[in-house]
Design a protein around this ligand. Structure first.
Ligand code: LMR
Length: 336
């Protein structure tokens, strides 16, 4: 069924590689994503819609499709390449299947000591260099958007790294995340975001990792008894467009959209932390999941268990790339 949907969309998409003219010569941008509207990404997409439609005086219409309504994780990237949708914001952990495995560097545990270091990476030459890898795939990277740092959840307390042993853990499609779970002796299972709630509910998997905003808006806290505030890794997004579509836009429209994207990016990155804080507070208040705050010693044990993943990932994402991020961390005063 899904395949039929994709093929149909693709057939239309082939006709749509040039900007789509609507009845009143409007240009249509379909922006598909997999999370709830009430999340950092969901709100960022709505903000972009509002700003872009205003900046182009209605010449561009943005249709936002949240919650995997149009496509699931892997399908949405295929749909973008085929031109069936024009804009997405997949998590940085989902670019491996496209052949842009360097993006998985963002998944390395504890690689970003804080948002300042992250920003140095996404807004500096490293962020640009990563985007340049997408062009040969027919994709242009427009911006990096935050979600936040992940917490680890399951149906048992996860205090020591050894508590992860044998736990079936849902992960995104990243090989670095696979290595991360294996370093904890857990059993990683790749699964589309839209399937996670049910998989947790039915016990297909025992646990998962996500920032609080995703956990709360998908109601995962209703089917997870425990979570530890590990902040062990980062989850963020690349806002991307179909290159043929983007290059085919009139220059003045592209400039207006670029401006709207800049503003929407500042907005999304500004609200992300608060969205996660509020979601965490709401989950705590619900009393369904028990949240554990790590002591210094507990955190040190997780860091020790997970840091070897950096070395393992060298052949996948590149030693130079990892080291260039260490340099940014060092410049911000952190030693890795
Ligand atoms: C996930 O699959 O867990 C996340 O990438 C979902 C998202 O887009 O935030």
């Amino acid at each position: 069924m899904k395949l039929v949907k994709l093929l149909c969309a693709a057939a239309v998409g082939c006709l749509m590689s040039a900007p789509v003219a609507l009845a009143q010569d409007q240009i249509l941008i379909k922006f598909s994503h997999v999370v709830a509207p009430d999340t950092p990404k969901g709100k960022g997409a709505e903000k972009f819609k509002e700003l872009a439609e205003k900046a182009t005086a209605g010449k561009v219409k943005i249709e936002v499709y949240p919650n995997s309504q149009l496509y699931k994780d892997k399908e949405e990237l295929e749909a973008l390449q085929l031109g069936a949708v024009q804009m997405l914001a997949p998590s940085l952990a989902k670019f491996g299947p496209l052949g842009a495995k360097e993006f998985e560097v963002f998944d390395l545990p504890y690689i970003f000591p804080n948002k300042e270091v992250l920003r140095r990476v996404t807004e500096g030459p490293i962020g640009k260099q990563l985007f340049s890898k997408l062009e040969s795939k027919g994709i242009i990277g427009l911006a990096y958007w935050d979600n936040g740092f992940k917490i680890m959840s399951a149906n048992k307390p996860l205090i020591k790294p050894e508590d992860m042993k044998g736990q079936k853990m849902r992960i995104q499609s990243s090989k670095v995340l696979d290595a991360q779970m294996r370093a904890l002796s857990a059993l990683p299972q790749v699964m589309a975001f839209s399937e996670v709630y049910q998989a947790l509910q039915t016990g297909v998997v025992d646990g998962t990792e996500n920032p609080p905003s995703n956990m709360y808006t998908q109601k995962m806290h209703e089917v997870q008894k425990h979570a530890t505030l590990t902040d062990h890794g980062y989850l963020g997004y690349a806002v991307i467009v179909n290159k043929k579509f983007w290059d085919g836009l009139p220059a003045d429209i592209r400039t207006a959209l670029d401006g709207a994207m800049k503003e929407a990016t500042a907005y999304a990155n500004d609200i992300a932390q608060n969205e996660n804080d509020v979601s965490l507070a709401q989950m705590k208040a619900s009393g369904k999941t028990q949240f554990h705050e790590q002591t210094k010693e507990e955190r040190a044990a997780w860091v020790k268990a997970l840091m070897p993943v950096h070395k393992d990932a060298e052949s996948r994402v590149g030693k130079d790339l990892i080291e260039s991020i260490y340099k940014e961390a060092a410049a911000a005063g952190f030693k890795m």
